[in-house]
Write a protein that binds this ligand. Structure first.
Ligand code: SAM
Length: 264
């Protein structure tokens, strides 16, 4: 599929998120959906997006501090300022980044943004199909799985059911010792009513459905890794930085987040 086949009349999660982050790659239906979500479903919508994005950026810097210079970003989204490759290559010009997304606008804009960048690429694939990602020519040319890789699954697992996720074990199997697993995902913990409204809104209006995970379920996602301090916490609480978005209590950011390191 290319960008000319995009359905711009049905709100799409990637483009709603882009709008919430202040991006420009969204359509009227996405903007209307975002406004509607803020008005009637979850007033914190943009805060959830910004707190999550800030977590992603801090986690990438943490991985760089561990000496990791390769990133596999599953469900990478529409590029807005402060993408993974910008952060990584700013500090490590040779850092390698492979983006993966299923949304055509996200892939087309990422491809455009990466023109001339030999150390970053994008694969148009469904992350539930690890073979399509890991056996792609882009993965072969960019990533060396005999060395540590940061596996980023940030704000994407809530579009994947636990059952579907069982098909994704290969991503973890290919990680060398020293690799990192970075996760954030939406939860209904401490916001059951709001989460129910979000779930219903997506079911009725969007082309993607949402699955919430409890903190215990998120903790289980780190099995086989060494969970780094402060563990699984709300996105704004993971190694906060003074530059982070503020204004709401941490749990209103709606996502649990954590980083685990793969040991021998
Ligand atoms: N990871 C980025 C971040 O945290 O800033 C973007 C998160 S955005 C909320 C979620 C992205 O996951 C969207 O771009 C969406 O298209 C993508 N996505 C959802 N389900 C997917 C799937 N099954 N395969 C690939 N990408 C998917």
């Amino acid at each position: 599929m290319d960008v000319t086949e995009v359905d711009c009349t049905t709100p799409n999660a990637a483009r709603i998120y882009d709008y919430d982050l202040g991006g420009e790659h969204n359509f009227a239906a996405d903007r209307a959906a975002s406004e509607e979500i803020q008005r009637t479903v979850a007033p914190t919508g943009p805060f959830i997006a910004r707190a999550n994005r800030a977590f992603l950026q801090r986690a990438v810097r943490f991985c760089l501090d561990q000496g990791i210079d390769q990133f596999l970003d599953l469900g990478s989204g529409i590029p807005t300022v402060g993408n993974v490759h910008e952060i990584a290559q700013d500090r490590q010009p040779g850092a390698r980044v492979l983006y993966v997304d299923v949304e055509p606008v996200a892939v087309a804009t990422t491809r455009h943004l990466l023109e001339g960048n030999d150390h970053a690429g994008v694969v148009h694939a469904d992350v539930r199909d690890p073979d399509a990602v890991l056996d792609s020519p882009e993965a072969a040319s960019l990533l060396d799985f005999s060395r540590p890789v940061a596996l980023l699954t940030v704000a994407v697992l809530h579009y994947i059911t636990p059952q579907e996720q069982t098909r994704m074990h290969r991503y973890r199997e290919v990680l060398a010792p020293g690799s990192a697993v970075v996760i954030s995902t939406l939860t209904a913990d401490e916001r059951a009513e709001e989460a129910e409204r979000v779930e219903r809104f997506f079911a009725e209006n969007a082309d993607t459905q949402v699955t919430f995970r409890t903190r215990d379920e998120v903790l289980a996602l780190f099995d086989g890794t060494e969970l780094v301090s402060p563990g699984v916490v709300w996105t704004p609480q993971w190694r906060p930085d003074p530059a982070d978005p503020a204004g709401w209590e941490p749990h209103r950011a709606g996502c649990w987040a954590g980083v685990g390191l793969v040991r021998e």
